[in-house]
Design a protein. Structure first.
Lengths: 511, 334
């Protein structure tokens, strides 16, 4: 393979000082805008697209690479600090990340996210450079029955993370599924639950729901209890990850990468489902199950590595087949065409310099991302020192800006407020918020794949399990349902033995 | 102190994001170009879907061509997405009488008015110009059992349920309407067509490559490269003339009586003065003649389909009736 020597040429292109500057600019802008809730990487690239028109194609794409990874990472910062996911792929990060922040471990959470993103991004990009053509051949074979089987697995997996009360968890999941039904049904074109409001015809954006339920709901909740709770200021904690943190993070980073990359590479994979699966995996494999829900570092390390690996995976079909499978890739494809470059299966032959330059700049962008964000982590964490009334006012402000900026429509602001009230109500009655978000993300996709599979088989139920992959997944599901009760019993015994160690880690965390 | 720095930097970023999003109110909104000869001032173009979409790219390219040719000062392009473009359409109709705003639209909006039961319709607007069009391709995977349109149609008519057709648009969009109109043209009921919608051209194309659907209808631009490399085969194109650089016959030449293309154009709000309408028509005519626009057409691979005034108005009415007819047969319009 001369891929490596091509890649070296790519590095030579990307390492040019001017190009490095553009990569840096891209990462900076990507991170800064990615931090704003409601503006994900796709939106960021689209908004910055006009800025690049005056640049050479190579420079423009180097800048995009920076924005892409920067935007992916930026979303996690607000997830961790403010419980406000910047985009749907960092929803899961909020679960453990925000708990860590509340226990004064924000800096460590941000650090494990940054390092995890770096490692996953690097391995992902390496896979992109070396095995993209092979992976894409497999990815194309995936069809609706396979996706639906994975969705069923995801549903079963998430019901295991529904929190203390299964009934409340399922109720919250049902709320999410219900919200997910709103909009025009893609298969038949009929409107569902839109109440004749045209703004609801496209359904409700996952980010608006996430920001509403998480951030606005929480702000209202805090406001309602402000006088009754003492105004303790959250300590910022140690700036660095402890040795224990490293020990507990490296495996989730690698596992997250392994889960995220293939999902990114398959056409309907996306970044959300693998982050759920990573979270569930870490929860199952951890030696500290009692910490989950209270700020387990594995629950941040895994999903954050996953979403960056899937970002790298998402470029596989774009560069090998000219097929955009994510919103971000679609925007990049549009940009390619704007430069008169026709991306397609022959892109690698017709524009090798551009492709390898892009791949090399992904590596460089990743390094810059780490260099920029690791030192910033303790600084971001100090944000939590702002007294609560101001902090939550700020959260509400940015949540509103995010909801409004996506569409410049006041309707979204009302929607945000309404969802915030729902989030408040859910907290009041002890319903967990996460299953609702999961319902909104998984529900519509699962329905779409189910109906697509049945349409393709012309209504025959066998259309759901007629591929080897779907059969394998259903076999895994059966295992998942049978094995846990047995493992659970073993865990119980083991957990009692490890209590002393837990107390130790609590003490280091509280500094 | 640190928190303060943080806030100021975020505010700066925010300001950037907000301006980039195009919601910054243009300073000279009140003084839209009075002089018919000088450059048009303070023009805004509404894009009824998200940044990066086809309409968005077209509008931004047109705006750039106008600015580069000094036909206008800075044109503000902004997005109001939602409901297949009808949320943006409603907004344009609400701006009736305004003389500084245009809307980018296309075939998709025509269908969306029906499927979304929109109160605002394109008949409310003042058509200015059609800019470009794109043929739809009838595509099969490279080792498909169907090597010609005749074979495909024969199998399709024999058992439409077993011949799923994929497309990247929802009901009322170009990829949905193409197989429906094709079905009608070959004597099949549109209701019997097993249409499988995919999220965007990328997902659709992988479904074709992976042989998940028997055939697909999609914009020629989505598949031209894959056809050249031999990964897919284009059995026919839906335009009146063959498409340059694409080795495929037209439906007409295969004795199927159907000409249907996806197109994009520009409309203005209701109650536009005749004088202003002429100014906008002149503006777009000059833009169309500019070198910048010609280069954009070539770079993007768009087919020029420039049309203005009554010609475009008549075209719009015909398209509207045709789309409504298909959707009525499918039971999507009362």
């Amino acid at each position: 393979m001369d891929a490596l020597s091509e890649l070296m040429n790519g590095f030579a292109t990307a390492a040019h000082p001017t190009n490095l500057l553009y990569a840096f600019l891209g990462v900076l802008l990507g991170t800064a805008i990615g931090v704003l809730p409601g503006i994900g990487p796709a939106m960021t690239i689209a908004l910055l697209l006009p800025l690049t028109y005056s640049l050479e194609p190579t420079q423009a794409f180097i800048m995009f690479a920076g924005i892409y990874y920067g935007g992916m990472y930026g979303g996690s910062t607000t997830s961790i600090l403010l419980n406000t996911p910047g985009e749907s792929a960092s929803v899961v990060t909020a679960i453990e990340g925000n708990q860590m922040a509340k226990r004064g471990r924000a800096a460590a959470a941000l650090a494990t996210a940054a390092i995890g993103s770096f490692i996953a991004g690097t391995i992902g990009t390496l896979c992109l450079a070396l095995v993209a053509p092979q992976i894409v051949k497999l990815a194309i074979k995936m069809g609706a029955p396979d996706y639906f089987a994975v969705m069923v697995l995801a549903f079963i997996a998430v019901t295991t993370v529904l929190g203390a009360s299964k009934v409340r968890g399922l109720a919250a999941l049902a709320i999410g599924l219900l919200i997910g039904l709103i909009g025009i049904d893609p298969t038949s074109g009929q409107q569902r639950l839109t109440l004749g409001i045209p703004e609801l015809a496209d359904g409700i954006d996952v980010v608006v729901v996430a920001v509403g339920l998480f951030a606005v709901g929480e702000a209202l909740w805090i406001a309602a209890h402000l006088r009754r709770t003492p105004a303790d200021i959250i300590s910022v904690g140690a700036a660095r990850m402890t040795r224990e943190d490293w020990r507990r993070s490296w495996k989730p980073w690698l596992r997250g990468t392994a889960i995220g990359f293939p999902f990114g590479a398959v056409p309907a994979g996306g970044a959300e489902i693998p982050t759920f699966l990573s979270y569930v995996t870490e929860k199952k494999l951890t030696k500290h199950p009692e910490e989950f829900g209270k700020g387990a570092i594995e629950g941040v390390a895994g999903p954050e590595a996953t979403n960056n690996a899937s970002a790298a995976g998402g470029l596989v079909p774009l560069l090998t087949l000219g097929i955009p499978t994510t919103a971000t890739a679609a925007v990049m494809l549009g940009a390619f065409q704007g430069y008169g470059i026709q991306p397609g299966p022959r892109l690698l032959q017709t524009q090798p310099e551009l492709v390898w330059g892009l791949v090399a700049s992904l590596f460089i962008g990743n390094v810059i991302l780490l260099a920029l964000n690791l030192p910033l982590a303790p600084m971001w964490a100090k944000l939590l020192r702002i007294p609560r009334p101001y902090l939550y006012a700020g959260i509400l402000f940015f949540a509103s800006i995010g909801a409004y900026a996506a569409n410049l429509s006041t309707f979204d602001l009302w929607l945000l407020l309404l969802l915030g009230a729902l989030g408040f109500g859910m907290r009041r009655y002890g319903l967990p918020v996460v299953p609702a978000i999961i319902g909104i993300i998984l529900g519509p996709t699962a329905e779409e794949q189910l109906r697509r599979a049945l349409q393709i088989s012309d209504g025959a139920v066998s259309g759901l399990y007629n591929t080897w992959f779907s059969k394998v997944v259903y076999a895994v599901i059966v295992l998942v349902l049978v094995v846990p009760p047995i493992v659970g019993r073993i865990r119980e015994r083991r957990a009692s033995r490890e209590t002393p160690e837990l107390q130790h880690s609590d003490r280091t965390g509280g500094q | 102190m640190r928190a303060r720095t943080w806030f100021s930097s975020i505010t700066a970023v925010l300001a950037l994001a907000v301006t980039a999003a195009g919601c910054g109110v243009s300073a000279d909104e009140g003084s839209s170009g009075e002089t018919a000869s000088g450059p048009v001032e303070g023009l805004r173009i509404l894009v009824p879907n998200s940044p990066g979409s086809g309409y968005d790219i077209t509008a931004r390219a047109a705006a750039k061509a106008m600015q580069d040719a000094k036909l206008t000062d800075t044109v503000e392009v902004f997005n109001t997405a939602g409901a297949g473009g009808t949320v943006g359409l409603q907004r344009l109709v609400n701006e009736k009488g305004k003389e500084d705003i245009l809307m980018q639209m296309g075939l998709g909006v025509v269908g969306a008015v029906y499927t979304n039961k929109s109160k605002a319709t394109l008949q409310d607007t003042v058509p200015i110009a059609k800019l470009i069009e794109e043929a739809e391709a009838i595509v099969v995977p490279k080792d498909s059992p169907y090597t010609s349109l005749d074979q495909l149609v024969a199998a399709w008519k024999a058992n439409p349920g077993k011949v799923p057709v994929g497309g990247a648009s929802n009901s009322g969009g170009p990829d949905h309407l193409t197989p429906m109109l094709l079905a009608k043209a070959v004597g099949l009921q549109p209701k019997d067509v097993n249409y499988v919608p995919y999220d965007g051209g990328g997902e659709l194309l992988t479904a074709v490559l992976g042989k998940k659907v028997s055939f697909a209808a999609t914009g020629i631009g989505e598949v031209a490269e894959q056809a050249k490399s031999g990964d897919v085969k284009i059995l026919a194109v839906t335009s009146a003339e063959p498409v340059a650089g694409v080795d495929a016959p037209t439906l007409k030449s295969l004795n199927v009586d159907l000409v249907f293309t996806n197109w994009r154009g520009i409309v203005a709000p209701p109650e536009l003065s005749a004088e202003k309408q002429k100014q906008f028509t002149d503006l777009l005519t000059k833009m169309h003649e500019s070198e910048q626009w010609k280069k954009t057409l070539a770079d993007q691979g768009w087919t020029d389909a420039f049309q203005t005034g009554d010609e475009f108005k008549t075209f719009l009415t015909t398209e509207n009736d045709r789309v409504a007819g298909v959707l009525r047969e499918l039971g999507l319009v009362a």
